[in-house]
Design a protein around this ligand. Structure first.
Ligand code: TNX
Length: 608
């Protein structure tokens, strides 16, 4: 599917690239990068020069010596060189050839950049100062999906310019090309708008924040912050250097309390509201009947358009209760004047009007899947978070679709059993946590679509809502390693994915995380129980598993802390009722997970 011929990627013990390239062939021999190695660029191109310099600096961090960058358009390829060359091909594809005499990366600019990201994953994890030895190989690579996104909510909790840049580095490392920046919500407006200064003077601050900081103590403290337009430009430029498009989200008509608090005339009843301190769905939303609202939003969007070169702008549209609109004379008048069926159709009118305005400025809009309920213009791209049904419906109506199915891609959800995790967004259903395997196995193309309909599924995105996440260590913990699993869903053809090999590569990836200062989670090592009760025999059969590489699980039945001297788990076992089990996973005798305990009561319904 990818290169006309599908080449099953070959997995080797020492090469650990995430996301797995589409085709990787190991060759005999190795290349040694040392202080005599040069970087050659074959095209006189400023961007290529910049990327080559970054490569040189990165090598410098290993060797204490940065190779010279030389422009050499023709001639034989010199020995002991890294050669970067612009070539035909699709925008993001690249080839990477390593022989004993040189390294050669070819592609369009973005492809060359990705080739370098892959090369970095062949470098030793720990910096060494002597030389870098690389295995000879040949990689042909290109992504499965053009939209590979990551969303960060900076409204519920604010993160600094530095924090955002740090994340942009991590995204580039995972070959993710979209940063969806959730800039406005009920709890804070985070983008400076010159024409409406109160949005950030007032709307960026809230008196309290609800956050469980330590143990069961709820702390209340003022919270806020915003990005100036200069800072926004700085971030957009930083992202562009990493081939990441920043897509801002300006929420409407719901999740707009911070704006309504700043400009009460934008609500149906001119209500005076504080910037919200509570999470959830709020009933006060922009009035759809007043011209004031559209004037305001068009002014805001005009400033937004000028700051973000992205052709896409996200306008939200989720979770907008219609209570206020039902009672509002302006909205009701609008419904009858525009001959709309009901308040849902009024949202359709609202969004389509914004879509038309955006189109007149050369911008396309994206909205959450709720927008489908109001009859949406075809040119609106739909971001599907509530499941596959919306995606199927949207694709059949010719909308492009980005899959952010909350059961697979919401990294604010628990990543293992809630009892073992810091407070997170409660799983919607029992066992509703999103463990690593679930993310890895996500197939973003909904079942039942025809081939032409499935072309509308343009991508996949991880969403990080930050209601319960105040600090970057915690952010890292929620995102990694699940982002590595999702990066492989985004990039790698399903045929080239392999769960066990992913886990092998993840071991190296975690070492890389550590060297990059990422506070990743080891929750994938936690033990999961499947318990089957036999009420006739009065026994329970216990199955244990983990999402860890080469798992060694030990458990105890006597209440003791499991150790490498406890019972070793190999196959499901049977216990009497009223047994307390404690299980954990181990590597080389050392515990690498939390201890997960279960009591098998006297009577129990069948669970899993
Ligand atoms: C739903 S997803 C929301 C967000 C919350 C999130 C928590 C979406 C479009 N809306 O406002 O933060 O759930 O998981």
């Amino acid at each position: 599917m990818v290169f006309g011929h599908v080449m099953q990627a070959q997995f080797t013990a020492d090469v650990a690239i995430i996301p797995q390239p589409q085709s990787l062939i190991n060759k005999p021999g190795k290349f040694v990068l040392n202080k005599h190695t040069r970087i050659i660029i074959r095209n006189n191109n400023e961007e290529l020069k910049r990327v080559a310099k970054d490569l040189s600096e990165t090598i410098g961090r290993y060797l204490n010596f940065s190779p010279a960058v030389e422009f050499k358009p023709q001639g034989l390829f010199p020995r002991n060189a890294v050669i970067l060359e612009l070539a035909d091909g699709t925008q993001e594809s690249y080839t990477l050839e390593i022989t004993s005499s040189n390294i050669r990366i070819r592609g369009q600019m973005q492809g060359v950049f990705y080739g370098i990201q892959t090369l970095y994953q062949l470098f030793p994890v720990k910096n060494s100062t002597a030389k870098i030895t690389l295995p000879a190989l040949s990689i042909e690579d290109e992504p499965e999906f053009p939209w590979r996104g990551f969303m960060l909510d900076v409204s519920r909790n604010f993160f600094s310019v530095q924090d955002i840049k740090r994340y942009l580095d991590f995204l580039a490392f995972h070959k993710i090309n979209v940063f969806h920046w959730h800039l406005t919500d009920d709890q804070g407006w985070r983008i400076e708008i010159k024409k409406y200064p109160r949005l950030t003077e007032l709307g960026a601050w809230r008196n309290n924040t609800l956050l469980e900081l330590s143990g069961k103590q709820w702390s209340f403290q003022p919270h806020g912050g915003f990005y100036t337009q200069e800072q926004i430009k700085e971030i957009v430029a930083y992202a562009a250097e990493r081939f990441i498009t920043v897509v801002p989200e300006i929420e409407m008509p719901g999740h707009s309390t911070a704006a309504l608090a700043s400009y009460p005339e934008l609500s149906c009843a001119n209500s005076s509201l504080p910037v919200s301190v509570n999470w959830g769905v709020h009933k006060d939303i922009y009035c759809a009947g007043k011209g004031t609202t559209f004037k305001f939003l068009e002014d805001v969007l005009s400033e937004v358009f000028s700051l973000f070169p992205s052709e896409y702008i996200h306008i939200g549209g989720d979770e907008a209760p219609k209570d206020r609109w039902k009672e509002c004379p302006h909205c009701q008048q609008k419904i009858s004047r525009e001959k709309l069926k009901n308040e849902e159709a009024l949202q359709g009118y609202f969004i389509n009007r914004i879509a038309d305005f955006s189109a007149s400025h050369g911008k396309k809009i994206i909205g959450w899947d709720e927008n489908l309920e109001g009859g949406l213009s075809e040119n609106v791209t739909v971001m599907c978070w509530r499941g596959f049904d919306g995606a199927i419906h949207a694709a059949r109506k010719n909308h492009d679709v980005i899959m952010t199915h909350s059961k697979f891609t919401y990294f604010d959800h628990y990543q293992s059993e809630p009892s073992l995790e810091p407070l997170a967004w409660a799983g919607l259903v029992p066992n509703g946590y999103t463990r690593l395997r679930k993310v890895y196995d996500f197939n973003p193309v909904p079942p039942g679509l025809t081939e032409s309909e499935s072309k509308h599924i343009i991508g996949v995105q991880a969403n990080l809502w930050t209601e319960y996440i105040r600090y970057t260590d915690h952010l890292d913990y929620m995102v990694f390693p699940r982002l590595s699993a999702l990066a492989e869903v985004m990039w790698t053809d399903g045929k080239n994915k392999n769960w066990n090999d992913f886990l092998r590569r993840l071991e190296t990836q975690k070492d890389r995380y550590a060297s990059m200062g990422i506070h990743y989670s080891n929750s994938n090592n936690n033990v999961y129980y499947t318990i089957q009760l036999d009420s006739l025999q009065k026994t329970a059969t216990i199955q244990l598993e983990t999402d860890s590489y080469d798992p060694e699980i030990y458990y105890s039945l006597d209440g003791s802390e499991p150790s490498a001297n406890s019972l070793r788990y190999t196959v499901p076992f049977t216990v009497e009722l009223n047994t307390n089990i404690k299980a954990a996973s181990f590597r080389s005798g050392k515990r690498i997970s939390k201890v997960n305990a279960r009591s098998i009561p006297g009577r129990m319904p069948v669970t899993n």
